[in-house]
Write a protein that binds this ligand. Structure first.
Ligand code: MOS
Length: 694
């Protein structure tokens, strides 16, 4: 059997994507297709008192104006459903406005231009209510959500933190702040809906097809078999396409009303309010250590925004429970309900911003101890999970740190800031650990022999740019002993077998394990002499006990070198290296792309990203990629990711762990620590803009 899993093969969908042959949601066309444009609220809180659509209705080509006055009745919203991404998402359900940018009307016209012009001609008047918008002044309203999205409790406690911290020889007690962040994926949300013989088909840009299918069917009160959801190509998701939004539901409602296909695409500007964002956070980290660097006490407390309209608890402190050894510890997660758009998962929800605090605090402790920050981490390596008290399935944080140090030239780092110069630039190096929870979800996959030597794989899984199509082709090719090009992978249709979709870095492992099962069963049938052609087998995977008996995370270590212009305070990344261990790597090329993408995002979270809130309006003023800064080519010099060999036998049959979210975890902290090492500025309020460095 030729080894195909683990080969760095090119994406099998790469050519279709770069030649424009791959149709993204807004590229799809249908006969007699009409175009919808959403009108959004310009207040954050209150009621719509009137909507004057007369001018819009008189425009030639306008087909429909839908408001809460004439929108079809839909299923009610469920604030506290178990699966937040599969809930009904009723649109235009009442006159109530719960956040700035909430859809208040839809205009459908013969052309997209007419729809947009007519939407802007609609006059909405409101009765405004008082809202709370500022996290810093909301601490009195903070509450305990009880648990995080994965079900882990909000609080944890071990030993006596207060006493141990009071007794510690060396301490850090610091507050870190992270701003609102937007997913800002390349492809804005869009949906095309059409009805035929009472059956609805929605082609959209989604991460979770099965959840979207349930969400759309339930919202419109349709039987599941009366809805088909399709999402074949997705131009990035990052968590921002986990739920369905107004584009999908409004397109479906309007298409039924008009009896013709309707496409609704969000504008880039609308995405900042109509969809979700990463909440801002305020975090307190306390570390207590002996003089030799041994941690005796760790506390991590977080407060994050949640929308009043829809609770979401960013799981900021959870990985701190596993990261370093210390006998006395406490973590707590609090949220504050604000009258802002809905917060939800964004790449590595929790770790991405939790580590910006914890891994900077570790650096601060190392400075106070006069110890190498890498050495401090080595000294606090736990032998088992420090809070769950179970073994790690695998844990390669130390090898990642050591291999990274060797490759990066960490021994050349000067311990004190301000020592290394390049002309008018001060240079510095920083290190930080990466940790990200690993998950397996229930999944199914079907494999069918089209001929003796050709197979088709079907799953409702998506490829959001991660390489799903490619790694599944590799798995099937290896197990069926066929060339990769003889495997056709079909994803993104709700009629295919159910999967958890792309989210939480669980997609490749969960779906890959189900596919492994399907291929193994198919091979057994072939071995028994069953004819190949037409043979079809469905396989599945369910998370077993190993997820309770072992502490499962992927790990890594980030190294960054920055330069700081002394006169202006400008911070420039010079180079960055990440070394990661994430079980068996299914395809080093697609994994590498995921990891450097995450690292670059970490750079952005350290230096650039900031969805600026106008506290008077309760609205984000950064509503496009001009004002919402993400790293561009000029910001990103040499960034390298190295993968260590690993196989996690407790994770799943493939031995793989998720990599999609690992790259961002800790990356920004390495940059922040490099800034300190360069110039001595300790900036705890992200992003680290030049005004804070000077
Ligand atoms: Mo990920 S933030 O669960 O798409």
């Amino acid at each position: 059997m030729a080894q195909v899993i683990g080969q760095a093969i090119d994406r099998i969908d790469g050519r279709a994507k770069v030649t424009g042959a791959a149709a993204y949601a807004a590229d799809n066309r249908a006969e007699r297709m009409a175009f919808g444009s959403i009108v959004t609220a310009t207040i954050a809180c209150g009621h719509v008192t009137s909507i004057d659509a007369n001018a819009a209705r008189r425009m030639p080509g306008v087909l429909l104006v839908m408001t809460h006055g004439n929108a079809p009745k839909q299923a009610p919203f469920q604030a506290k459903a178990d699966d937040r991404h599969a809930r009904p998402k009723p649109q235009l359900a009442s006159d109530k406005v719960e956040y700035f940018g909430q859809p208040v009307a839809l205009v459908v016209a013969e052309t997209a231009e007419t729809a947009r012009a007519a939407a802007s001609a609609i006059v909405v008047t409101y009765e405004k209510a008082e809202g709370a918008f500022v996290l810093e002044s909301a601490s009195g309203a903070a509450y305990n959500p009880g648990k995080g999205p994965t079900g882990a409790p909000s609080d944890s406690k071990l030993g006596d933190f207060d006493k141990a911290f009071a007794d510690a020889s060396v301490k850090i007690d610091a507050i870190y702040k992270t701003p609102y962040q937007a997913h800002a994926m390349m492809e804005p949300h869009a949906s095309l809906a059409s009805w035929q013989d009472g059956k609805l088909t929605v082609t959209s840009s989604l991460q979770l097809v099965e959840s979207a299918h349930k969400s759309i069917a339930d919202t419109l009160k349709l039987e599941p078999d009366k809805v088909e959801v399709i999402s074949e190509y997705v131009g990035g998701g990052f968590g921002g396409k986990l739920p369905v939004f107004g584009d999908a539901i409004l397109a479906a409602l309007a298409a039924r009303e008009l009896n013709r296909p309707v496409r609704v695409a969000l504008t880039r500007q609308q995405m900042f309010h109509v969809t979700t964002h990463r909440p801002a956070s305020i975090q307190r980290v306390r570390l207590g250590a002996e003089r030799d660097g041994t941690l005796s006490a760790i506390a991590h407390q977080s407060l994050a925004q949640s929308a009043r309209a829809d609770e979401f608890a960013e799981p900021i402190v959870f990985s701190t429970r596993s990261l370093y050894a210390a006998p006395n510890r406490m973590t707590s997660q609090r949220i504050a309900a604000l009258d802002l758009p809905v917060a939800d998962s964004m790449r590595a929800p929790g770790e991405a911003i939790g580590l910006l605090a914890v891994e900077q605090a570790m650096d601060e402790l190392a400075v106070r101890l006069d110890m190498d920050p890498l050495e401090l981490r080595l000294r606090n390596e736990p032998k088992e999970d420090p809070e769950k008290k179970v073994p790690f399935s695998t844990r390669a944080l130390v090898p990642c740190l050591q291999e990274g140090a060797r490759r990066f030239g960490w021994d050349k780092r000067q311990a004190r800031p301000g020592q290394v110069r390049d002309g008018n630039w001060l240079l510095g190096m920083g290190v930080a650990a990466a940790i990200r929870g690993n998950f397996l979800r229930e999944a199914e996959a079907r494999v069918t022999m089209e001929s003796e030597r050709h197979a088709v794989v079907e799953m409702d899984m998506t490829d959001i740019g991660t390489g799903s199509y490619t790694v599944f082709a590799q798995i099937a090719a290896e197990l069926l002993d066929l060339p990769v090009e003889n495997i056709k992978v079909k994803l993104g249709h709700s009629s295919y077998p159910d999967t958890p979709g792309s989210g939480g870095s669980f997609g490749a492992s969960s779906c890959g394990a189900a596919l492994h099962d399907a291929c193994t069963k198919l091979k057994a049938k072939l071995a028994k002499g069953e004819g190949a052609q037409g043979l079809s087998v469905t396989g599945s995977v369910k998370p077993g006990d190993d997820y309770k008996r072992y502490s499962q995370y992927a790990y890594g270590a980030h190294f960054a070198e920055v330069g700081i212009e002394q006169t202006t305070g400008e911070v420039r990344l010079r180079r960055m290296l990440g070394v990661f261990a994430a079980g068996r790597i299914l395809n080093p090329k697609t994994a590498h792309s995921q990891l450097i993408g995450g690292m670059i995002w970490g750079l952005g979270s350290a230096l650039h990203e900031d969805a600026v809130l106008d506290p008077r309006l309760g609205a984000f003023v950064t509503q496009d990629l001009v004002h919402y800064h993400v790293p561009v080519h000029a910001d990103v010099p040499q960034v390298e990711a190295v993968l260590l060999d690993e196989f996690d036998a407790h994770a799943n049959v493939l031995g793989s762990k998720g990599v999609g979210e690992l790259g961002i975890c800790g990356a920004g902290a390495a940059v922040a620590n490099a800034v300190y090492n360069a110039c001595g500025a300790r900036v705890r309020d992200y992003p680290i803009t030049l005004d804070k460095v000077l």
